[in-house]
Ligand binder design. Structure first.
Ligand code: UDP
Ligand code: MG
Length: 318
C-alpha cells in the first residue's frame, strides 16, 4: 500500500505562547498517524517564523534539537506576511521533500484532528484538499460580515472561491512543483490554488478560539489581503471604470441635449446651482474612485516589476 510522507507547514509571527502546545499536539497527531501506517515515519513539522521578534524562533530551534530534526523550520529576515510565509513553507519544505503538505495556523484554531481526513481525501486522488470553516462563531460581527461580503464580491468578479475557505489546506508535491512556476509577488493563495486546477476536495472543520496570544490580523491587514485578492485575480474593476466612463459621458450628452431642446422650444431654464454642485461632486468622486482603482493595479505592477525576492531566509533548520 502507498504511504505518503507528510510535512505540516506552520506560518508563525510572534507566537511564542502558542508554539509549545502546537508542537506538542501536532507531534502527537503525526505520531498516531505514523503508528496507523497512514503516513511515513519521516514525516515532519516545518515552521516558518515570519520575522518573529519574540522567542518563537528560539523555541523552534529548541524543538529541532529535542526532536532530532522532526521539527524543522526557517526564519525570515523580517516580516513578509502570512501568505508569503505559507508559500515559503511549501517551497522550502519541498526541497527537503514530502508527498503532501498541510498548512495550518500556529494558534491551532483549526481542528488538527482533521488532518487524517485530509490525507484520506488525498489518498482518494485529490491533489488539493481545502479546509472550509463551518462557521465564524469565533469572529467578531465586523470580521464575519466583511469576510462574507468579500467572498461574494470575489465570486461576482469571477474568482470562484468557496465561501469560508481557509489556508488550512493539503497540497500534493505535484501541485507545489506547479506553484513554483507562479512567480507573482502579490499572493492570494486561496485564489491561486483555484487557478492551478487539479482535482480538489474539501474538508469541513470547526474553528476554535485562539489558544493564546492575539490575532496577528488587524482590520488593515485584512483589507490589504482583500484588495490584493481582488487586484491579483480580476481586472473586472478596471473594466467597470471604463463602463462608468462611457455611461457618464452618454448621460451628460443626454442632459446637454435635453437642455438644448428646452432652450429651443422656449422653456426658461431655472438656474439651479445646487444641482450643479451635486453633479460636480458626484462626478468628482467617481473620478477619484476610478483613479484609485487604476492606482491599485499600477501599484501591483510596480511591486511585480521590481522583481525582488518574495521572502528572505535568515536561518534554516533541517
Ligand atoms: N501570521 C504570519 N505572518 C503575519 C501574520 C500572521 O505568519 O504577518 C501567521 C500567524 O502566526 C498565524 C497565522 O498566520 O499562525 C494566522 O494568523 P492569526 O491567527 O493571527 O489570524 P486570524 O486567525 O486571527 O485570522
Ligand atoms: Mg488565528
Amino acid at each position: 500500500m502507498y504511504i505518503p510522507k507528510l510535512a505540516i507547514i506552520i506560518p508563525c509571527y510572534n507566537e511564542e505562547e502558542c508554539i509549545p502546545e502546537t508542537t506538542y499536539r501536532l507531534l502527537d497527531v503525526i505520531k498516531n498517524l505514523e503508528k496507523e501506517n497512514i503516513i511515513t515515519e519521516d514525516s515532519f513539522i516545518f515552521y516558518v517564523s515570519d520575522g518573529s521578534t519574540d522567542r518563537t524562533w528560539e523555541l523552534v530551534r529548541k524543538y529541532n534539537t529535542d526532536t532530532n530534526g522532526k521539527v524543522k523550520g526557517i526564519q525570515f529576515s523580517r516580516n513578509f506576511g502570512n501568505q508569503r510565509a505559507i508559500l515559503a513553507g511549501l517551497l522550502e519544505a519541498s526541497k527537503i521533500g514530502a508527498d503532501c503538505y498541510i498548512s495550518i495556523d500556529a494558534d491551532l484554531q483549526q481542528d488538527e484532528l482533521k488532518i487524517k481526513e485530509f490525507i484520506e481525501k488525498y489518498n482518494n486522488g485529490a491533489q488539493i484538499v481545502c479546509g472550509i470553516r463551518k462557521d465564524r462563531k469565533t469572529d467578531g460581527i465586523f470580521k464575519k460580515y466583511s469576510a462574507l461580503a468579500f467572498y461574494k464580491l470575489m465570486n461576482l468578479l469571477g474568482a470562484d472561491i468557496r465561501v469560508n475557505h481557509s489556508d488550512y489546506r493539503l497540497v500534493s508535491n505535484e501541485v507545489v512543483k506547479t506553484l513554483e512556476k507562479f512567480r507573482e509577488k502579490n499572493l492570494f493563495l486561496r485564489g491561486m490554488f483555484n487557478k492551478i486546477g487539479y482535482k480538489k476536495d474539501y474538508v469541513y472543520f470547526d474553528v476554535k478560539q485562539r489558544k493564546a496570544g492575539k490575532s496577528k490580523f488587524g482590520t488593515m491587514s485584512l483589507f490589504a489581503l482583500a484588495v490584493s485578492g481582488i487586484t491579483s485575480f480580476s481586472i473586472v474593476p478596471l473594466r467597470l471604470v471604463t463602463f462608468t466612463g462611457i455611461i457618464m459621458s452618454l448621460a451628460s450628452f443626454a442632459v446637454g441635449l435635453s437642455a438644448l431642446i428646452d432652450k429651443l422650444i422656449g422653456h426658461s431654464v431655472v438656474p439651479g446651482w445646487a444641482t450643479i454642485v451635486v453633479v460636480l461632486g458626484f462626478v468628482g468622486g467617481i473620478q477619484i474612485l476610478c483613479i484609485g482603482i487604476i492606482g491599485e493595479y499600477l501599484g501591483q505592477l510596480f511591486e511585480e516589476v521590481k522583481s525582488r525576492p518574495r521572502y528572505i531566509i535568515e536561518e534554516e533548520l533541517d
